[in-house]
Ligand binder design. Structure first.
Ligand SMILES: [Zn+2]
Length: 82
């Protein structure tokens, strides 16, 4: 059995998702790139633009996580496109 290697990661700052959810703010199919705590309190899936405007823009445990697909993780870990 082989476990996928996701390369070096900052603990608590990113999470691997099999499919990218849509931004909870846009709600028009815009892909979310972050799961983060908003100024309003609740966590939400956010696109790049809303991550910048609705949160402090920080990543980490209890603050926000970057959403990565397995493809993106593999790419950044090996440094080449698959
Ligand atoms: Zn958005």
């Amino acid at each position: 059995m082989s476990e996928p290697r996701y390369g070096p990661a900052i603990p608590g700052s990113q999470v691997v998702v099999l499919s990218r959810p849509q931004c909870d703010v846009c709600r028009d199919g815009t892909e979310a790139h972050y799961d983060a705590k908003t100024f309003q309190g609740p966590w939400a899936f956010l696109c790049e633009a809303h991550f910048k405007t609705w949160t402090l823009g920080r990543l980490g445990m209890g603050v926000g996580q970057r959403l990565l697909t397995p493809e993106e993780v593999g790419r950044s870990a090996t440094g080449r496109r698959v």
